[in-house]
Ligand binder design. Structure first.
Ligand SMILES: NC(=O)c1ccc[n+]([C@@H]2O[C@H](COP(=O)([O-])OP(=O)(O)OC[C@H]3O[C@@H](n4cnc5c(N)ncnc54)[C@H](O)[C@@H]3O)[C@@H](O)[C@H]2O)c1
Length: 209
């Protein structure tokens, strides 16, 4: 199995399977059936079986899935098990909330540095980390071997920030700014837009935006 063979849709479901299996493992359960796991994750059982078979041959007829085995395969596929340092760009309202979020480290991500262009913020601390200037970005990326960035700057600044990140060697950007980023081949961008999600929800629930 190579991770590249998984579709984006499959990859997006893997954390959901893992979250449910972690809860099951915490309760001491060792096996789950595919139909139970499908229901618990809200995924069609054919889709679930296909997703998990892409990670290896794990399910056994009559026994189901061994929780630890599937968890290990999911963690490996998602690159968990090691800590991924992340740089956060933008220490404003959203940046501060992200920096304070405690859900990253249990899943293998650690905010290693925070950058902001506002010199009034340099030297102040957010979630225990010193806010640093954009000039320090290349050194920070190299020093902490940072591969990922979270962008929480205004839309008009986001492309320039993305350019700086790519030049510094960052390979993956989680972008909260409401703008499409252009990046070189080999760099991945995932955009998150809560208003956009609400619009989709509105359409799905009322048929109107
Ligand atoms: N995706 C979402 O659902 C969602 C939700 C809230 C906010 N946002 C977006 O997140 C971004 C931040 O929102 P906010 O409310 O935190 O704004 P904010 O104004 O409170 O903070 C933005 C911070 O970015 C800094 N900044 C500006 N240009 C910079 C640059 N070139 N390099 C480094 N830092 C720079 C500013 O100094 C400021 O501290 C905005 O683009 C906003 O639209 C997205």
């Amino acid at each position: 199995m190579t991770r590249a063979r998984l579709s984006a849709a499959t990859i997006s479901r893997l954390p959901v399977y893992l979250r449910v299996l972690n809860a099951v493992a915490d309760e001491g359960q060792q096996h789950v059936s595919s139909s139970w796991l499908a229901q618990a994750t809200g995924v069609n059982s054919d889709v679930l079986r296909k997703d998990l078979s892409a990670l290896g041959s794990m399910g056994r007829r009559g026994v189901g899935y061994q929780v630890d085995t599937v968890k290990a395969a999911l963690e490996k596929a998602l690159g968990l098990g090691s800590v991924h340092p992340v740089v956060l760009i933008g220490a404003g309202h959203l940046g501060q909330a992200i920096a304070g979020y405690r859900g990253f480290s249990p899943r293998g991500y650690q905010i290693a540095a925070i950058i902001d262009a506002d010199e009034n913020l340099w030297g102040t601390h957010v979630a225990g980390l010193r806010v640093q200037s954009p000039q320090e970005l290349p050194d920070l990326v190299a020093e902490h071997k940072i591969g990922f960035a979270i962008v929480a700057v205004p839309a008009h600044a986001a492309q320039a920030v993305a350019d700086q990140l790519c030049a510094a060697g960052v390979r993956g950007i989680l972008n909260f700014a409401p703008v499409e980023l252009t990046v070189p081949e080999g760099v991945q961008v995932r955009g998150i837009d809560l208003a956009h999600e609400l619009q989709i929800l509105t359409y799905l629930s009322t048929g109107q935006i």
